[in-house]
Write a protein that binds this ligand. Structure first.
Ligand code: SF4
Length: 523
């Protein structure tokens, strides 16, 4: 046996031992009906051609390697951002297992979320009884101060009515009348995780404010509200709070999972930690204004804030990169009358210095990028500021209006002229694009590693390295703690991107007596 008790090998390199190679070959021959290797190679090569790309882009009824997740995932993240709140999903247990593991793998934290485990009988007769028992059990077992309910596909397909179900549960005494149970319908066959976040936030805000507006006066609490949207970089919560503190602006972060997704290992399990309080959300209409950090994904939230809270929502882009962070700070200054302090001006100057230092290495470098609408737009804008050239921008959950705005941004810069924007496409489409029109790098989530592997399989000169910025990041550690917003976020992203470029250059110039004339100590 190649596995020895005093020398335990992990699966790699264990499976490279001859014994395992032989075993795997026998398995393939006996059970897998494997196609001949030359046929596999031929088909692989064909999938890298323009002919295949054209067929691939005609695909309608199938998604391969999707560039989005489903609505309730976003609803769960939104609910986690409220103090002592249990996200509750009305529907199948398997869906909730998926949401929890998705966040576990990204944040490396336990993630609390319950399901009322609808099975075949509930799918036929409706999930009313599941809801009654589920709310009662959840409240008794986990003792939250609020339960935030969303739905899976199954509950939506059969048309379960959350409002009626929750009211009935209250009327029949399964939970007290006054106990807060905001809800949102989150059907996964429309929209994506960002829509689910927006729906859940609107549901919570509606629950606490819609019928309580009589005593509210815009500006009376002298604060600004900040609504993050589907945000998975913990550093982004911290940087926005820091900038507001430096400006001496009072704020309420509406949905703030920064603590619960980053609890310390000190022997105490915290099911709940931090988060927006019920008092804060009740008081939110009294703020001066509400800042939507990811406006493209917060359409329902915007409507509620404008129509119910009567706030003038500033027209802002995600505060990513130099220009849009400037815009964000100036807008806050305008709304609150607070000046932008010297500390932030100095930080801005440092970012400009960094951009200048790295410009020679980044100028003209080509990037394929993908992710959610605001993230992708902010990243593309920042790449243009750096003199980089986005070539393929893929945003599955962007709409036509978003694409038009994205195209206008690209047209405004000489570096954006060769870029094409794709909406409603998946990462198998992107795979075709990077084979037929090769960028220097890809920027996106962990799923891009399969595209990198495939491009490398075709040959080293075809390889498109992946820079991991986005969600989810499963295969590298602690990146969710980074920052992508504000000047600080721009500094961190710039550092990641330029060092990936330099790492690649080193890799290409290590050839002894061949390319090492450019293997320089100083870059
Ligand atoms: S798409 Fe539907 S079935 Fe699949 S995990 Fe999401 S809610 Fe569940």
């Amino acid at each position: 046996m190649s596995q020895q008790v005093d020398n335990i090998k992990p699966s790699y390199p264990l499976f490279r031992d001859q014994e395992y190679k032989d075993m795997l070959a026998r398995k393939r021959d006996a059970f897998e009906e494997k196609h001949p290797q030359d046929k596999i190679d031929e088909v692989f090569q064909w999938t890298t051609t323009r002919e295949y790309q054209e067929l691939n882009f005609q695909r309608e009824a199938l998604t391969i390697n999707p560039a989005k997740a489903c609505q309730p995932l976003g609803a769960v993240l939104c609910a986690l951002g409220f103090e002592k709140t249990m996200p509750y999903v009305h529907g199948s247990q398997g869906c909730v297992a998926y949401f929890r593991t998705y966040f576990n793998r990204h944040f490396r934290e336990p993630v609390s979320c319950v399901s009322d485990s609808m099975t075949e009988d509930a799918a036929v007769f409706g999930g009313q009884q599941n809801m009654k028992d589920g709310l009662q059990n959840c409240k008794a077992t986990y003792k939250p101060d609020m339960i935030a309910v969303s739905t899976t596909c199954m509950a939506e397909v059969i048309g379960d009515d959350l409002n009626a179900f929750i009211n009935n549960s209250k009327k029949e005494g399964f939970i007290p009348d006054e106990y807060p149970v905001p809800f949102a319908h989150t059907p996964s066959f429309v929209g994506s995780h960002v829509t689910g976040w927006d729906n859940m936030f609107e549901g919570i805000a509606r629950y606490f404010t819609l019928n309580h507006m009589e005593d509210k006066v815009v500006g009376s609490n002298h604060k600004v509200n900040v609504v993050p949207g589907f945000e998975t970089y913990l550093g982004n919560f911290r940087v926005i709070k820091r900038m507001l503190k430096e400006m001496d602006v009072g704020y309420s972060f509406l949905s703030d999972p920064e603590e619960v997704l980053d609890t310390p290992a000190d022997g105490q399990f915290r099911m709940y930690a931090g988060g927006t309080t019920q008092d804060e959300i009740k008081d939110a209409p009294n703020a001066i204004t509400t800042l939507l950090l990811q406006p493209w994904q917060l359409e329902k939230t915007r409507k509620l804030v404008e129509n119910t809270w009567k706030h003038e929502v500033p027209k802002l882009n995600i505060p990513m990169g130099l220009d849009w962070t400037d815009e964000f700070l100036m807008k806050i200054s305008e709304a609150t009358g607070q000046p932008i302090p010297a500390s932030l001006e100095k930080e801005r100057g440092r970012l400009v210095d960094m951009i200048t230092d790295s410009h020679t290495w980044l100028h003209g470098k080509k990037f394929a990028i993908w992710g959610d609408p605001d993230f992708v737009m902010g990243l593309a804008k920042f790449l243009l500021e750096l003199g980089c050239e986005p070539t393929h921008i893929l945003c599955n959950n962007g709409n036509k209006r978003w694409k038009k705005a994205m195209d206008a941004i690209l047209e405004s810069s000489p570096y954006g002229k060769d870029c094409t924007v794709y909406i409603g496409k998946d990462l198998w489409h992107l795979r075709s694009l990077v084979f037929t029109d090769k960028p220097d790098f890809m920027i996106g989530n962990s799923y891009g590693k399969f595209i990198q592997r495939d491009t490398l399989h075709k040959g080293k000169e075809f390889e498109v390295p992946l820079i991991r910025i986005g969600f989810p990041i499963f295969d590298r550690h602690h990146l969710h703690r980074s920052t992508t917003l504000g000047y600080e976020g721009a500094m961190q992203m710039l550092t990641t991107i330029v060092n990936a470029v330099l790492e690649r250059l080193d890799e290409e110039t290590r050839g002894m007596q061949v390319t090492d004339y450019n293997y320089d100590l100083v870059r």
